[in-house]
Design a protein around this ligand. Structure first.
Ligand code: SF4
Length: 556
């Protein structure tokens, strides 16, 4: 259940980060000290520290090399890379097989973190044994990370709306952002007033892009209708679904747009405090957002008197700690409040009862940034651009067996075939995973069905796999991901994800052929998880495997 804000417990996660950053792990003494300062019971703080994969409560080397072994990186040879790097590096560097690092356009990807210097991380792109060893041995001399705009392939995409400024503006310059139309939408918002903004956005029709597809303006109207509690705004930028990296690209390439969009959303609901929750695996996005927030404060665009209109709003940046389930909104609230990031069992929507028990609007980056053109153009002009086929622009993250992996902006009525054609799909295409690990596989002859918001690619993740990729091994990796990420709170998911992985491992060890009883078991377990799990993680953990069995006949 939602808990009211009390004491300093909400500082627990930042405190754990500070300890972990210092020496690379959290000692018992350091944890006890933090608990005394924040008056948090040590057992509960230990529970939070051990729930979060990026923290360690055991000694480990100061330098950690994370090699992504998720779907696209595995298909690109990440497991062999990881083994070779472990042999070369010895014990001075902690090498970790990591879930998706959100660098799928550069697969295989790796990330280096050095304790005592958390800001400076190095990514080799794409990772090679030599590059990873060099980055881990001497992070300062590691190859420069490619700019964000390289994730937006130049394929003659005209009329970009969401990506229009990525690569065109200097992401460190507020003046440049303003020269490209920045802060026009906020000025219009102040002219409309809070209720007018919510109405305009509701009429324009932007909907949640994190998979929820709920109308953004209606969320604001609901959150603003509870004046008895202070409302909050939360930007869920913890994009950790395998294959998702559009929020990273937006934050790295157009950070001021997010600051402006958060200010507008907060104004509409009457919030004076916003939380921007970022993946810790996105060091460049984090530093650019920090810089943008500081610049906005300095120039009177955040703080006690935004734009001289007497409205107070500020943004607190929160680093995540690697738990995928914290993408679930109530789990994210728990994490911000200083509890384990487990989903809550609550009948009310976050707009009625969310963070610290107050009404809360929670949106991902793409949803918020999508509000800016809607407000700048106004509802009539914005909706006039929509046609039956092109409802509104949507971002797609394309990775895997394509020539130009990256983030593409297309009308939501486009088809996977059009998207993959723009990305340069290879001829020997075997399968396409729409919607990421929680989505479903389709065959190459099924790519002409348009994307729809309610459809199979709700998260905008599209992964292509050619016939060189061993699909049974890939399905096992999906099962490992869900087993790892299950928070363990409810039985169908906690036990089901383990049983699913065991069955798929048996199949892989039998050279990919499945016995009939394994398939029957997978179906039983899958149905139980879908019907009885508490949150979307467990409910969707069987989707990809089911589609591979039924549509691709992968074990046939
Ligand atoms: Fe936790 Fe899985 Fe249950 Fe969600 S479905 S609450 S992740 S155990």
């Amino acid at each position: 259940r939602a808990r009211p804000s009390r004491g300093r417990r909400h500082l627990l996660l930042p405190g754990l980060h500070a300890l972990n950053d210092r020496v690379g792990w959290i000692s018992e003494g350091a944890l006890a000290y933090l608990c005394r300062r924040l008056t948090v019971p040590p057992a509960e703080a230990y529970g939070v520290a051990t729930f979060s994969p990026l923290f360690s409560v055991r000694p480990r080397p100061a330098t950690v090399l994370r090699v992504c072994t998720d779907l696209v990186c595995t298909a690109a040879g990440a497991s062999d890379l990881c083994t070779a790097v472990e042999e070369r590096l010895g014990g001075g560097v902690h090498v970790e097989r990591s879930p998706c690092l959100g660098l799928c356009e550069r697969a295989p990807a790796a990330l280096v973190t050095k304790a005592g210097d958390p800001v400076r991380t190095a990514v080799s792109a794409p990772a090679t044994v030599e590059g990873a060893v060099l980055a881990a041995s001497a992070p300062d001399s590691a190859p420069e990370e490619p700019p964000a705009e390289t994730a937006v392939p130049q394929t003659g995409q005209d009329g970009l709306v969401l990506l229009s400024r990525v690569g065109a503006v200097d992401p460190s310059s507020l003046d440049d952002y303003r020269a490209h139309g920045g802060y026009t939408a906020l000025r219009r918002a102040f002219a409309l007033g809070p209720a007018g903004v919510a109405r305009e956005v509701a009429d324009s029709g932007p909907v949640g892009q994190g998979g929820a597809v709920f109308p953004t303006g209606r969320v604001w109207q609901a959150a603003a209708s509870r004046p008895d509690h202070p409302p909050y705004l939360v930007c869920n930028a913890g994009e950790s679904a395998p294959g998702a990296f559009r929020d990273r690209v937006l934050m790295e390439g157009d950070p001021f747009a997010l600051v402006e969009a958060m200010t507008i959303a907060a104004y509409a609901i009457g919030a004076h405090r916003g939380f921007l929750c970022l993946r810790d695996e996105f060091p460049r996005a984090t530093s650019r957002m920090r810089h943008a927030v500081e610049q906005a404060r300095t120039r009177g665009l955040l703080g006690d008197d935004v734009l001289g209109r007497g409205y107070a709003f500020d943004i607190e940046i929160r680093r995540g700690a690697g738990a995928y389930v914290c993408g679930e909104e109530t789990a994210l609230f728990n994490s911000i409040e200083g509890h384990r990031g487990e989903p809550r069992c609550q009948p009310l929507s976050p707009a009625e009862q969310g963070l610290f028990g107050g009404p809360t609007a929670v949106h991902d980056v793409e949803t918020l940034v999508g509000v800016l053109p809607a407000l700048t153009l106004g509802a009539p002009a914005y909706t006039a651009t929509a046609t039956e086929r092109s409802i509104r622009p949507q971002l797609f993250c394309v990775s895997g067996s394509v020539e130009r992996p990256g983030v593409y902006e297309l009308p939501s009525g486009a088809t996977p075939a059009e998207l993959l054609s723009a990305a340069g799909v290879r001829e020997n295409l075997r399968a396409v995973l729409l919607g990421g690990a929680t989505g479903g596989f389709v065959r190459p002859d099924e790519l002409d069905v348009p994307f729809a918001f309610e459809g199979r690619a709700g998260s905008g993740v599209v992964m292509a796999f050619d016939d060189t990729v061993p699909l049974p091994r890939l399905l096992l990796r999906i099962a490992e991901f869900f087993r790892d990420e299950s928070c363990g709170r409810c039985v169908p998911c906690r036990v089901g994800t383990v049983r699913q992985e065991e069955a798929l491992r048996r199949i892989v060890e039998r050279t990919g052929a499945a016995a009939a009883d394994d398939i029957a078991l997978l179906r039983d377990v899958g149905r139980a998880m879908r019907d009885a799990s508490m949150c979307g993680l467990g409910q969707n953990a069987w989707n990809a495997v089911e589609s591979a069995v039924d549509r691709l006949g992968v074990y046939g």
